[in-house]
Design a protein around this ligand. Structure first.
Ligand code: GLY
Length: 384
């Protein structure tokens, strides 16, 4: 490990702590999603309520990294507020919400109550399964499959393994295979959405909500796919999923701009004339960096392992620079600037976004903990 890099990453964590603590102090019990003009508290549209686990999850990461019980208390308080969501059938995001909160809580305490919440959340998410078509539908409608669900389906694998429930595992495998066969393209890029005929289950077309077009590669969607398939491989040991994650990684590495931070869509730099033009998405970079650190340990190829790790760290280094880290920007309440939520709806464009904050902190902690032979508290493996 480069000592300079460890020092750099370690130096960012007190700033992250300061920003998270300020939200807790100023807006106790509030779960922010994206900033407006750098401020978390505003009445802006949610679109969908999917990000609570990223705020509470940061507190679990900060507790693990610092060992400070104040962070554990905050993490428990905010995790408890999320508990009713284990039955929430309106979102496809229960993996985001519970694997970043109740998984660390269960690991820390071994308390059966928290394991039960994880299992229930997995069961609830599995209710989105469409027998015709073999996929978990998105919050939009039964005909719609989102690439984002790849980062949530791990909670169904986890629940299936913990509860020894073969049906849950079947649903989870079916969803992953349908995703791979319909919206992951041959070149490793991904479409945001797949549309199905709900009568016959036939796949109809690729589409998008948050990407530039049905044919483009929305950067965050690709990051969800890369990291999601990697997590599924970690849980199942099935090589077919590692292959998809590596295909996603190949596209990512080939198309990442020279400054190591992706545009919000890999075709966005060609759209300079559009109002959202060549906007970066630091959150996509943070997600992919954390995913690539895992993939570097999973791949069979030492050469690819080196490339994944090098790219992950180059992206993290870029995010730690003053261009992205908000440390020197007076009054900015987020950690990372230049993230994007929903470009076409003009929500959280060129702002801080809560998942960007979470995966940035996760990747920094992952790097620092690995040096001590430890695993970050949000990581997945079948034996934990
Ligand atoms: N809805 C998930 C995302 O914005 O990435």
């Amino acid at each position: 490990m480069s000592d300079n890099r460890a020092e750099l990453y370690r130096s960012v964590l007190p700033f992250a702590q300061q920003q998270v603590a300020a939200i807790i102090d100023q807006h106790h019990g509030y779960f922010p999603i994206y900033t407006t003009g750098g401020k978390w508290y505003h009445g802006g549209e949610l679109w969908t309520d999917w990000t609570g686990g990223f705020f509470a999850g940061q507190m679990w990461l900060l507790f693990q990294q610092s060992g400070d019980d104040c962070w554990r208390e905050c993490a428990e308080y905010y995790s408890l507020l999320l508990k009713p969501r284990q039955h929430d059938r309106n979102v496809h995001d229960l993996g985001f919400i519970f694997l970043n909160t109740y998984l660390p809580w269960y690991r820390h305490t071994q308390d059966e109550e928290y394991r039960e919440v994880l299992i229930q959340a997995g069961r609830t998410l599995a209710m989105r399964f469409q027998e015709k078509g073999n996929y978990l539908c998105s919050f939009i409608s039964p005909e719609s499959l989102f690439i984002d669900i790849m980062m949530n389906v791990p909670i169904i694998f986890y629940a299936g393994q913990q509860a020894d429930d073969a049906e849950l595992l079947e649903v989870a495998h079916a969803h992953c295979r349908t995703t791979r066969d319909t919206i992951v393209r041959e070149d490793g890029s991904t479409a945001h959405e797949g549309i199905f005929d709900t009568e016959t289950g036939k796949f109809l077309r690729q589409d998008t909500h948050q990407g530039l077009s049905a044919e483009s590669a929305w950067a965050r969607g690709l990051a969800w796919s890369l990291y999601g398939f990697s997590k599924v491989y970690a849980l199942t040991g099935e090589k077919e999923y590692l292959d998809v994650a590596e295909r996603n990684a190949a596209y990512w590495l080939d198309h990442l701009p020279e400054d190591n931070v992706p545009y919000w869509d890999f075709d966005a730099d060609l759209q300079a004339e559009l109002p959202w033009g060549p906007q970066k998405d630091s959150s996509a970079g943070a997600i992919a960096a954390s995913g690539l650190l895992d993939l570097a340990r999973q791949t069979d190829s030492p050469e690819k392992a080196g490339q994944y790790r090098e790219t992950a760290l180059a992206m993290l280094d870029a995010l730690c620079s003053p261009d992205y880290l908000a440390r020197d920007v007076t009054g900015w309440e987020g950690i990372l600037r230049h993230g994007v939520y929903h470009t076409k709806k003009n929500l959280g464009v060129d702002e801080s976004v809560m998942w960007g904050e979470f995966f940035f902190v996760e990747a920094l902690c992952k790097y620092l903990l690995e040096a001590d032979g430890k695993t970050v508290c949000t990581s997945l493996s079948p034996d934990q």
